[in-house]
Ligand binder design. Structure first.
Ligand code: 164
Ligand code: MG
Length: 375
């Protein structure tokens, strides 16, 4: 692949309604749309998933832009890329900064598949032409408002309802959902590391509600205490923030820290690493699902393609565009093909076009980087 130029466009996409977790409250998504061009004019797209503030992990949109400009784009320009798997190998000497790496690597995967004329899903070895999806609901001001959201999304057929919890907003909302909608609703809770083992009694109270899983209850960089906690509760623990690589996944499984893993392409540094984690979990009979970072349709498209791999057996957080956006930047928008089901696009690469007028409407900054090596 002769990559001729890379364009960074920073956008501020307004959310339809605020999204609150134990970490932060967001009203718009600040992200970078990366376009990677080859010398024949084909373009691959990637999207940064870091938040504007370093509360989910240590990265932010600003650090991603800096790493792309200062280190990752120059490394990409260094020599031709034979296969997208080469990108993370080339970035390996750089410590951390997984979301920055994944932003560029995702665009290279899209460009590579467009050059080959194949869909990203098929090139990854995906075996599904449709995927079951769930929805993530932020912390609502009241339990009643939360119940209203759960009702709305159940009516749309979402196959998994994820609610955010934090100390003081945990047992009561979960009990209220169970009381209102019954024990059959596929329900999970995401704590975003808001608890410690000192809160074991509360977590044990949650154990009575038959949750599908409890996601990242303890520290963002822990595996040991999660293993201790898993021995105390029936509810499967799902790790999100603790897993940054295939090696982390291997260690967490070996320690018994989790029974499920939430794979996020940005958090683990790219699609190639996400696929490795999928494969390790498949071998160890640990089911995985695809988490979200409130992506626009570009990041959503990468998540859809990844979710077609066989061990993604639990519905992920890749809901339709209209869950977050009045208008998305892709065409067609990501819509439910059937209740709780997304169709996997068959077109080359990510299978969605970019609506440049919408991109320009929410554009806050842009810059083009040319590869002097490729004329
Ligand atoms: O993209 C989605 O719909 C899922 C969003 C979501 O649940 C999260 C996004 C970012 C950080 C967290 O708050 C949370 C998560 O941990 O999965
Ligand atoms: Mg999470």
């Amino acid at each position: 692949m002769n990559i001729q130029s890379v364009e960074l466009k920073r956008l501020a996409l307004p959310l339809k309604s605020a999204f609150e977790t134990s970490l932060d409250r967001m009203t718009s998504k600040d992200f970078i749309l990366v376009s990677v061009y080859d010398k024949d004019g084909l373009v691959g797209y990637g999207e940064s998933t870091a938040l504007a503030s370093p509360y989910y992990n240590e990265e932010t949109t600003d650090t991603v832009w800096y790493m792309l400009e200062k280190f990752l784009i120059p490394l990409l320009f260094d020599s031709d890329i034979q296969h997208p798997d080469d990108v993370l190998k080339r970035f390996a000497p750089i410590r951390g900064n997984n979301m920055a790496k994944a932003t560029l690597e995702g665009a290279v995967w899209d460009l590579y598949c467009k050059e080959k004329g194949v869909s990203l899903a098929s090139r990854l070895g995906g075996q599904k032409d449709m995927i079951d999806v769930g929805v993530s609901i932020g912390i609502e001001p009241t339990v009643d408002l939360l119940l209203g959201k759960v009702d709305q999304y159940l009516n749309e057929g979402y196959k998994k309802i994820k609610v955010k919890i934090k100390p003081g907003f945990d047992v009561s909302p979960i009990r209220a959902i169970r009381d209102r909608f019954g024990s059959d609703v596929p329900l999970m809770a995401d704590a975003n590391s808001a608890y410690t083992l000192k809160k074991l009694p509360i977590i044990k109270e949650l154990d009575q509600f038959g949750l599908m899983m409890i996601e990242q209850p303890l520290a963002h960089d822990d595996m040991i205490d999660h293993a201790k906690l898993q021995r105390e509760i029936q509810t499967p623990i799902c790790l999100d923030e603790s897993i940054h690589s295939a090696e982390d996944a291997r260690k967490a499984i070996e320690l018994g820290s989790c029974q499920i893993i939430n794979i996020k392409i940005g958090r683990v540094g790219g699609i190639s690493e996400a696929k490795k984690i999928h494969d390790i979990c498949k071998k160890k009979n640990i089911p995985v699902w695809c988490g979200g970072m409130l992506e626009s349709g570009v990041g959503r498209a990468h998540n859809i393609a990844l979710t077609t791999l066989p061990n993604f057996t639990i519905p992920g957080d890749t809901s339709a565009s209209n869950r977050y956006w009045e208008e998305d930047i892709v065409s067609p928008e990501v819509t439910l093909w059937k209740p709780g089901i997304l169709k996997v696009p068959e077109g080359p690469g990510i299978g969605y076009e970019i609506k440049q007028d919408t991109v320009n409407k929410y554009l806050t900054h842009k810059k083009v980087y040319r590869n002097e090596r490729v004329k």
